[in-house]
Ligand binder design. Sequence first.
Ligand SMILES: Cc1cc2nc3c(=O)[nH]c(=O)nc-3n(C[C@H](O)[C@H](O)[C@H](O)COP(=O)(O)OP(=O)(O)OC[C@H]3O[C@@H](n4cnc5c(N)ncnc54)[C@H](O)[C@@H]3O)c2cc1C
Length: 329
Amino acid sequence: MRFAEQWNWCTVDSIRDVTPTIREFLLRPDSGHVAPYPAGSHIGVAILIDEQPARRSYSLVGDHNPSLYRIAVRLAQDSRGGSRGMWNLQPGTRIETSSPACLLDIDWNKQNYCLIAGGIGITPITAIASALHRRNIDLRLHYAVKSRGDAAYLGELSSVLGDRLIVHASDQGARIDLDATFRALPSDTIAIMCGPMRMLEAARRAWNDAGRAPADLRYETFGSSGLLPTAEFRVRLKDCDTELVVSPNSSMLDVLNDAGFEVISDCQRGECGVCAVDVIAVDGEIDHRDVFFSDQQKKDNRKICPCVSRAIGVVTIDTLYRPETLPGR
Ligand SMILES: Cc1cc2nc3c(=O)[nH]c(=O)nc-3n(C[C@H](O)[C@H](O)[C@H](O)COP(=O)(O)OP(=O)(O)OC[C@H]3O[C@@H](n4cnc5c(N)ncnc54)[C@H](O)[C@@H]3O)c2cc1C
């Protein structure tokens, strides 16, 4: 999904840590005004990673505030540095942000909602829970965390939801039983979830096993988190001797383009599929991190989105370059 984005300057108004690894930022737009946006929206933030311009997306936390954007950023250790760049911001820093956009298409007219958040996935869910509560709609929020100390916004959420907030802290042996949860829901329930890829896949399976309509499970992942660790892997080009190495902090797309094997791309977040290339062989395993291909297409392994997807081992691909057009020939 693509949006007509408008970028504007903001000033970092204040910063506070909401858990040891999640930092909240209030951003004040120069215009002095934040137009209303749907609950579950996010903004884009322009950052520098190793002096290079990049962008990252952050969900808007809680209720709409007419003069401030409120976002919360988890410090990601296994990363290219965007979240660290955010963590290095100071009050008063100027930063460019895009206007809010929403990837979650929520039907607000149901009677029952089941919200599920994993870790930092709580950020858009805070806004959705609050919007449903304001409409007097029945909801339960399941919040899966490593420990209660890692759970952001517990106080705020419990004051709104009371015992309809159920925290599953894995250090206390509590795990959300998705099968039982989904089977117990009234038939017209919409489930909305935001969390890591592994949790999302478990939720999709449990949702289907419970005989629910796929369209009644709405979800958002935060883009590039995969099922396998982010490690170095190699890419071979069909009909060519070249083998390229993709290091943990670069993408397959960048490595191909840097080596002269031009691959066109657009969103670079695994959403649009413009950069998809053909997979010829896999010696190892592909970690599809896009939200463009279906589960079946990912199982078939015939195509890969090199902007976000990675692998363990060696992947042979066809970028549609032919020998006479290969660099250096
Ligand atoms: C709609 C949306 C809303 C979001 N909301 C939030 C939010 O509210 N709070 C929040 O903290 N984050 C949010 N994110 C995620 C955020 O945009 C950043 O991805 C996050 O801060 C990590 O950025 P980073 O540069 O530190 O890590 P990245 O380099 O982007 O890495 C993130 C993960 O991707 C993997 N990775 C590392 N290197 C690569 C590579 N070269 N290629 C592919 N994958 C790689 C790693 O497993 C790593 O943990 C959201 C993302 C989206 C799309």
